[in-house]
Ligand binder design. Sequence first.
Ligand code: F6R
Length: 608
Amino acid sequence: MCGIFGSIMKKGTAAPVIHAGLKRLEYRGYDSVGQATIDDGKLFIKKDAGKIDDVHRLLDLDAMPGMIGIGHTRWATHGAPYKVNAHPHTDCAEEVAVVHNGIIESFAELKAELEAHGHVFKSKTDTEVVPHLVEEGLKNGLSLAEAVREAAKRLDGSYALAVVSTREPDKIVCARKESPLVVGINEGEVYCASDIPAFLPLTKKALIIEDGELVVLNGGSSYEIRKLSDWSVVPREPEVVDWNPEMAEKQGYPHFMLKEIYEQADTLRNTLRLQNQFLDLMTEFLDRAGEVFLVACGTSYHACLAASYMFSKLAFLATHPIIASEFIEQHGRSVNIDSTILFVSQSGETADTLAALEHARLRAATVLGLTNVIASTLTRLARVYVCQQSGPAIGVAATKTFTSQLSVLAQLALRLAKKRGKVSHVEIEFLEKKLEHIPEFAETILKTQSDKITGLAQKYSKSQCFFYLGRGISSATASEGRLKLMEISYVPSIAYPAGESKHGPISLIEPGFPVVFICPKDETHRAVVSNIMEMKARGASIIVVCEEGDDEIKRYADDFIEVPKGIPEILSPILYVIPMQLFAYYMALERGLNPDMPRNLAKSVTVK
Ligand code: F6R
């Protein structure tokens, strides 16, 4: 997730407007910042690694000539957050500048092809292929818009692009596929941006650019939208947006937590575009390991718990999921050169996780990392790391970052299964296909179940305690559902593998005690039905999260939430947790609490 902004001014220079727009987009990333302007037929660029304010102090981002320009604030995915990888990126002749939000999957092949044609690359980014492709088009006599179209045709992956060129110095050409892009129309001025709030103080007139469209911005607030596919012109008028500044920051959502829950279809899509070579390398290390530990805290630990089922079921690899603060006590002495430890941390800075990591390094173990923050301590200390690409997480309760972690871990398990030949190709292909559809399923849940979950929160808001139960991989989902409810709405909750509940905890049950069952239609289904009956017989109120049309379960339930049919067991936590996140959120609201500010908690826990 990165932020892009561009503007063509009526009077005055574009640079301060771009700078202010990027500040409003900083929530989308803050690893590096850069701007390009055109003046008198020349391209001017300022960029560096670091937060916008720090770079501005060094370079003065406002002091750039020209009434037209583009800018970028980066959340690193391909290439470390160094100056050379900061956007805008340029072609060989320094005539074309490009900013990009998204991931170009085909960049390695394209880069090799362009290098073979004599293009010289400066950065390690996927984006840099774009200015070189546009350069090729311009060399072949195309207009800037046509050259961007030809370039876009070659790109697999996602993009929101803004391109300027000294060849046509009065235009910004933008194109979109799966990354957000909007245009703001003002009196005699026009802007492009990753979201509406970026230009909201300047204009309330916004034009949404759809997937597969290109838009040419000209001076004097004029624009032309075309379809990338057949080059037909798309007539569209701007809409008037009526958001106040606070709503704008949260994109119209009342809280960051809800915004991030709803972002999950997009963030899950991003996890399907990871760099293959790092996943392959990690798979190699896992395959060779004498023993494997999965180490993390909190929500990230629950991802590890789910992953231990994935690795075992798909790749026949036993792993130990361990809470980071217990790692040294529990396994400190046995860890050795044959141990491989995958540390999972959204922030990459959690003190308990880093303490375990330090210990593992001292014992010469192989350290792998899965994180959302490139340049975090975890990425610096891991032998190999994978970035989960969820974009900045502001809500204190982890939501989108959990489902992204699960998606990456499932991909690793699938790769390992393939490598080890433990599961048939047919099954692997089936699971890979399902993984591709997970973002749509997430969208369906968010669209269809939200009202129902609001109602459930109203019904159960006064409950004093909750049970969360699930079997197999769903016991990890239950644990995460419990944590969300507890940390946001302060309702004491207990999670257990459902089979274990009769070994003690069942004594808590009295009439009306709410028990949430995570119940996908997998191998554990029958056994979970028995557990539901045990609880029901003692008067518990049964809430199930089940597969759509699972009438058997629904018969026993007091309330149910449905998840689309046909989700394979190992992918089920990714989707079954989403209703639990919503339930926690609405419970907090019902209890008069602010879900973005849970007491005593911080986003990144950097003390042991
Ligand atoms: C819960 C939550 C925490 C974090 C934990 C680990 O919603 O956010 O439990 O999951 O503090 O943080 P990371 O993943 O940054 O190491």
